[in-house]
Design a protein around this ligand. Structure first.
Ligand code: LLP
Length: 425
């Protein structure tokens, strides 16, 4: 459920008409609903019942500080994958003891920052990383608290580019090597092995792959116990999918069903749990608002050309992802829907949001909303074609605020310079 609804013929975000925001902020812009965000966090929290679990929001899905702060105030921690994300989480007031640092390729500087900040755990993904971290911790006279990410070799049945838990993927310690590396980690003097971590992929629409991975993890944990290695917690990763198509019946499992599975497998394991959801929390809490520049009618295709482009929301170009498109002015009852290709101004055919999408009549100047754009929308955007990153607006009830401003061209160019010798020819 989300809080983007038509009222009196106009699309609202909570109690604010989108057209009013567009007038003040200009298009394109991302718009987020606090009520939707909070609801998703609450539903997941409730789904976990009385499990001792910390929900660490995967900041890569949406790194806006106001959103991280909103979740942090509700009790969430953060799952970060770079120094930049760690700094954002800290800037949003997430306490270090609620921060997990994941990622397959961390730099020495990033590991040093994590050690010096004293975060909850660093998820180590390879033997060389483990040995480096051991040395760095010993140099500092401390122990690095780590989770060891293992790769359970489970097919997540999701898009190839976002599946992470097969043995041919770059992530985690290979399953067959995991017991040895876990024992190694347990014995290293600069390492405190606190957790095993898994994450098998993103936008999962079935529970079965989670179940398979969770059961393998449980088995591994039990076998370690027999060797006297008892870990305080387990990190189950993220990955639960969200519905992208309102009109389709395909429904990913509910957070409550996911929570029940977690409870079934780990409820009596004696571990505290970490979860790293990204998309589930923010996906449906965000929309990208754009304005129609032209409607171009051709012999074989009709195009809606809008002012948002692939640099603002790359998911359709990159993963053939579907985002519902709604007219901000509600189509009149009985409107004729016709197929359009919805495209942006970037000079690539890939800059296509939708092909042959049935849409109501649209005209120049009309506003359209790309739904479910809260996850991996703004964070994956770029300035391709020298297009400024689009602003972000956060709504709460009848209030809204720009939580990320549109940069000026001066700001965009300010990091660049022309050396004198260029002038000399
Ligand atoms: N934990 C780890 C270690 C991850 O790699 C990821 C996502 C998550 C948690 C959060 O997964 P989520 O709950 O959001 O599924 N850009 C792609 C998605 C990439 C996901 C990468 N890893 C997209 O737009 O679909």
């Amino acid at each position: 459920m989300n809080h983007f609804e038509y009222r009196d013929g106009e699309l609202f975000v909570e109690d604010v008409p989108i057209a009013r925001i567009a007038e003040q902020v200009g298009t394109p812009f991302y718009c987020y609903s606090t009520a939707t965000l909070a609801r998703h966090y609450r539903v997941l929290r409730e789904g976990l019942g009385d499990l001792d679990a910390l929900i660490c929001f995967a900041v890569k899905a949406n790194s806006n500080i106001a959103l991280i702060r909103t979740l942090g105030l509700m009790g969430a921690g953060a799952d970060v994958v770079s120094e930049g994300e760690m700094r954002r989480a800290l800037a949003a007031g997430i306490p270090p003891e609620r921060i997990v640092f994941s990622g397959v390729g961390k730099t020495r500087a990033e590991l040093a920052m994590a050690l010096d900040t004293g975060i909850l755990q660093i998820n180590v993904e390879s033997e060389p990383e483990l040995r480096l971290l051991n040395e760095m911790a010993l140099e500092r006279g401390k122990k690095a608290v780590i989770g060891l990410r293992v790769n359970p070799d489970v097919d997540a049945h999701t898009h190839a580019k976002i599946t992470t838990g097969r043995k041919e993927n770059k992530f985690g310690i290979e399953w067959t090597k995991a017991p040895d590396i876990l024992r190694l980690a347990h014995g290293l003097p600069g390492i405190q092995l606190a957790s095993i971590a898994i994450h098998i992929g993103s936008q999962l629409t079935e529970l079965a792959p989670f179940r398979a991975a969770f059961l393998k993890l449980r088995e591994l944990v039990e076998s370690l116990k027999k060797d006297g290695i008892v870990l305080p917690r387990l990190d189950l990763g993220g990955g639960l999918g969200v519905p992208y198509e309102a009109t389709r019946n395909e429904m990913p499992p509910l957070p409550a069903e996911y929570g029940a599975l977690v409870k079934e497998v780990f409820g009596d394991s004696g571990h505290s749990l970490l979860l790293e959801p990204g998309r589930l929390l923010v996906g449906n809490a965000g929309t990208l608002i754009s304005q129609v520049l032209f409607v171009k009618k051709g012999e074989s295709r009709n195009f809606v050309i809008c002012d948002a482009a692939m640099n603002d929301l790359v998911r359709p170009a990159m993963y053939d992802a579907h985002h519902d498109i709604r007219a901000v002015t509600e189509p009149a009852a009985g409107s004729d829907y016709a197929p359009f290709d919805v495209v942006g101004p970037v000079c690539e055919t890939g800059d296509t949001f939708a092909r042959q999408r049935p849409l109501p009549p649209l005209a120049e100047g009309d506003l359209i909303a790309f739904a479910t754009a809260g996850a991996y929308g703004a964070t994956m955007s770029s300035t391709y074609n020298s297009r400024p990153l689009v602003p972000a607006v956060l709504v709460k009830g009848d209030q809204f605020a720009v939580v990320r401003a549109r940069p000026t061209y001066e700001q965009m160019f300010s990091l660049e310079s022309v050396p004198e010798w260029v002038e000399q020819g």
